[in-house]
Design a binder for this molecule. Structure first.
Ligand code: AGP
Length: 372
């Protein structure tokens, strides 16, 4: 009913708007005033966590994209090797697992059969499984050794939005907690990141306030057949997520690429007026990546692409090559997906609406996939 949707036309719009609160709620009680982490709920002992020599993340769909981003954070902050695998592929390749492998299963519903089968397989091999889940008491957390709940609240729309952002928060928390427990980063470094993370809810709120031009742009592209998405580093999984949202909601051909791969094939797809969304890394810090993506944008624009550029406020270098410029607040590199994903959700939702599609219940899809 309209009341359930809180005045919004679709649950998806309501859930997009709830993201600042979902992010804040997922941090609540897990970060103390001094900026150190208390994840007592993770019932894997600190001595066991210190022994782990590998992290393996399993998940499907949007949750898999959260896992891809987690890999960057876990390896950077903890120096523990981390693999990410689609849950549906995982157990069929006889993965190498033992008691020193920490397996993280990410699932909004906690009922996804592929993810459940992957975690059962991991536990049979003696690995510890930590679930990151949004649904209290669901099967995946019940069958795991430990669980860190995301506090997004119930997500009704089939397309995942607020659950994804809270999965990212949970992944960052796990990564920082591992770093804290293992002493791989100085306490003050961890606290600095935690402080930035605590600000992210306001940043998401600011992005939401500036989405009207994104909606307008989406409506203008309703007649297109294809949209491409490019990103690098953590922007690459963001590009994959932008493409997935567009497929499931707008039923358009959409593909995400790592920008560095362009010249190895995908650049052949670029043609006159093809919309290409580019997620630009911060010009600060890893500026090499920034410069490389700016030249990618120049290359595709020279071949006629219509460039839709998502870039940090104050990043002036991209402006001359952007047909459409979408600004996001400056954040530390690893945290950028929290703000960069939001315009892509709004974009897909508006395009679906413009094409007359059922936003909350896309064709052929179910909210949770309980068959293999
Ligand atoms: C997201 O928009 C999708 N509907 C889908 O990819 C989903 O993320 C995937 O099926 C995993 O679901 P889960 O998080 O409930 O395990």
């Amino acid at each position: 009913s309209a009341a359930e949707k809180g005045g919004y036309d679709y649950f998806m719009l309501k859930e997009i708007a709830e993201q600042p609160k979902a992010v804040a709620d997922t941090l609540l009680g897990r970060v103390d005033a001094a900026g150190s982490l208390t994840l007592d709920e993770v019932r894997i002992s600190t001595s066991e966590l210190r022994e782990m020599d590998k992290v393996v993340i399993v998940a499907c769909g949007t949750a898999f994209h959260a896992g891809l981003i987690a890999k960057y954070a876990i390896e950077h902050w903890t120096r523990i090797p981390c693999e990410v695998e689609l849950a549906s592929e995982f157990r069929y390749r006889d993965p190498i697992l033992d008691p020193r492998t920490l397996v993280i299963a990410i699932s909004q519903s906690g009922e996804t059969m592929d993810t459940l089968m992957a975690l059962r397989h991991a536990r049979e091999q003696g690995s510890k499984v930590l679930a990151i889940c949004n649904t209290n008491g669901s099967t995946i957390p019940r069958e795991s050794d430990a669980v860190l709940y995301t506090h997004a609240g119930p997500e009704v729309a089939v397309a995942s939005t607020k659950a994804f952002l809270t999965q990212l928060v949970a992944c960052y928390l796990v990564a920082l907690y591992l770093a804290q427990v293992r002493g791989t980063k100085w306490a003050d470094e961890i606290q600095a990141v935690v402080r930035e993370l605590s600000r992210s809810s306001q940043d998401v709120d600011r992005v939401l306030d500036t989405m009207e031009p994104v909606r307008e742009l989406a409506r203008s592209l309703a007649g297109k057949r294809t949209v491409l998405f490019l990103g690098r580093h953590v922007g690459y999984p963001v590009a994959l997520e932008g493409a997935l949202k567009l497929k499931e909601l707008a039923y358009m051909h959409a593909e995400g690429f790592a920008a560095g791969e362009l010249k190895h094939g995908p650049i052949a797809l670029i043609e006159e007026d093809l919309p290409v969304v580019v997620v630009v890394p911060s010009p600060r810090g890893r500026s090499v990546l920034h410069d490389k993506i700016v030249s990618n944008i120049q290359e595709i624009r020279a071949r006629g692409a219509r460039t839709i550029v998502i870039a940090e406020e104050g990043d002036e270098a991209v402006a001359p090559y952007a047909d459409h410029l979408i600004r996001i607040p400056a954040t530390p590199t690893l945290l950028q997906p929290l703000v960069a994903t939001v315009p892509l959700q709004v974009f897909a939702c508006e395009l679906a609406t413009a094409r007359g599609n059922e936003v909350d219940q896309p064709r052929n899809l179910a909210k949770s996939v309980t068959v293999e």
